[in-house]
Design a protein around this ligand. Structure first.
Ligand code: COS
Length: 392
């Protein structure tokens, strides 16, 4: 099992990659947003381009067909993508984030060789932790895996599963013990092919925002999964794998909040220059300037947090606290920024015709998924208390 940080590209190659990605975002992804919104999906041609650019394999080690990006490189790439509609990042993010992290940290060599290569090649993955009766309290899951000979039989329902409608692979958390065990060791993780008999999907859920990013229930009825697909080959490793995967997922969601806030603020700055009131551009009014300035300062703080948390991850440190703090701050900040952006647009900010309204709706889920703000507060406080106890 490998858990060492990935080495990453050399600085010059990464700078060239990021430059190319930023151009792709501006010249291809942003102009295609209308199509994503109308069809409620990312066009196939764009998915193919993203595969050809190697974006699905950003965090996969080179020996498994990926680019081997360091955490800093990966998160900076997700940040760059997040200037465009959230669906683009979402199509990649389960592969490059939670699925790959759990496999790299917790998978056996054979599992890594098989599943990482598929993910890097662009087969879409989903990650099944949440259930109808367990969201924040993830260890209370009911989905059951019972061993019979050389298979486990899985039964249960997973809810709000991002990318499920497009996925061919899933990493599914299920309980291998009816009783709750210390350190949540009743939770195990299973790698499954989504076309396994007994796996079916609910109708994709209608949502407030983030058009093109789809979620659905994953229903498991007597799904037979070979023992070889138990993550790490050992029962009881699932919760830890899920939490480590969430550390990576939270950095990515923080970067999404930051990218969206930056895009929204640019839109407001442009609007404030164009829009006239009382005989002058509204950007000249100090109360408008205050909203712009507060937003810019908060964006700067989130940029610094992102770079610091990623730098720590690249030195091999556990970044549970930093990922939670960045996710919490960046997504709450994004909520404040998109609200001000609507305000700066005035009545126009409430109209679907302007992007401000869409940004406002797209931002709302960021404070909820991959751990609500309240869960991040618990994670941060727990880390503080643990450190305090260790200091004695
Ligand atoms: N990295 C590695 N191991 C971790 C870990 C992490 N980030 N977090 C937990 N673990 C492992 C550890 O082994 C831990 O035991 P120790 O603390 O003794 O080392 C064990 O798991 C149990 O962890 P913990 O005691 O923190 O679990 P809790 O039951 O207290 O739950 C919360 C913690 C509530 C924070 C957790 O359930 C959570 O994050 N919930 C939100 C889930 C979520 O984000 N869902 C969003 C959708 S998923 S796509």
């Amino acid at each position: 099992m490998s858990s060492t940080p990935l080495p990453g590209l050399d600085d010059e190659s990464f700078a060239a990659f990021l430059d190319q990605l930023r151009r792709y975002v501006d010249e291809r992804l942003i102009p295609a947003e209308g199509e994503v919104l109308r069809a409620n999906r990312v066009p196939q041609a764009i998915l193919d381009e993203m595969r050809d650019m190697g974006l699905f394999g950003m965090t996969t080690p080179e020996e498994h067909g990926g680019a081997g990006f360091s955490t800093s490189q990966y998160i900076r790439a997700m940040h760059a993508l997040s200037r465009a509609a959230p669906a683009y990042r979402t199509m990649l993010s389960i592969n490059t984030g939670m699925f790959t992290t759990a496999l790299r940290r917790g998978g056996t060599a054979e599992q890594q060789a098989h599943w990482l290569a598929r993910g890097a090649g662009g087969e879409i993955a989903c990650f099944g932790l949440t259930e109808p009766d367990s969201g924040s309290d993830s260890a209370a899951l009911k989905c059951r895996a019972v061993r019979t000979g050389d298979h486990y039989v899985l039964n249960g329902t997973k809810r709000y599963i991002t990318n499920a409608p497009f996925a061919s692979m899933g990493l599914i958390m299920a309980r291998t013990s009816a009783e709750n065990l210390p350190r949540n060791q009743h939770v195990s993780a299973f790698l499954i092919d989504m076309d396994t008999p007994g796996v079916s999907l609910g109708t994709p859920d209608a949502k407030m925002g983030q058009a093109g990013a789809q979620i659905a229930d994953v229903i498991l009825e007597d799904v037979r999964v070979p023992v070889a697909n138990l993550l790490g080959g050992e029962e009881g490793k699932g919760f830890s794998a899920a939490m480590q995967a969430l550390d990576s997922g939270r950095l990515s969601v923080g970067a999404a909040g930051l990218g969206l806030a930056e895009r929204a603020l640019e839109t407001a700055l442009r609007y404030a220059h164009d829009r006239k009131a009382f005989g002058t551009a509204i950007v000249e009014f100090q109360l408008i300037q205050a909203m712009l300035a507060d937003s810019q300062a908060e964006i700067y703080a989130a940029q610094c947090m992102m770079l610091d948390a990623c730098r720590r991850a690249d030195t091999g440190q556990r970044i549970t606290m930093e990922a939670a703090a960045f996710k919490m701050f960046a997504t709450e900040m994004c909520g404040r920024v998109v609200d001000r952006v609507v305000q700066i647009h005035g009545g126009a900010g409430y109209l679907a015709e302007y992007d401000a309204e869409r940004f406002f709706r797209d931002a709302r889920i960021l404070r909820i998924y991959e751990g609500t703000t309240q869960i991040q507060q618990l994670v941060i406080a727990k880390a503080m208390m643990r450190e305090f106890a260790e200091r004695g």
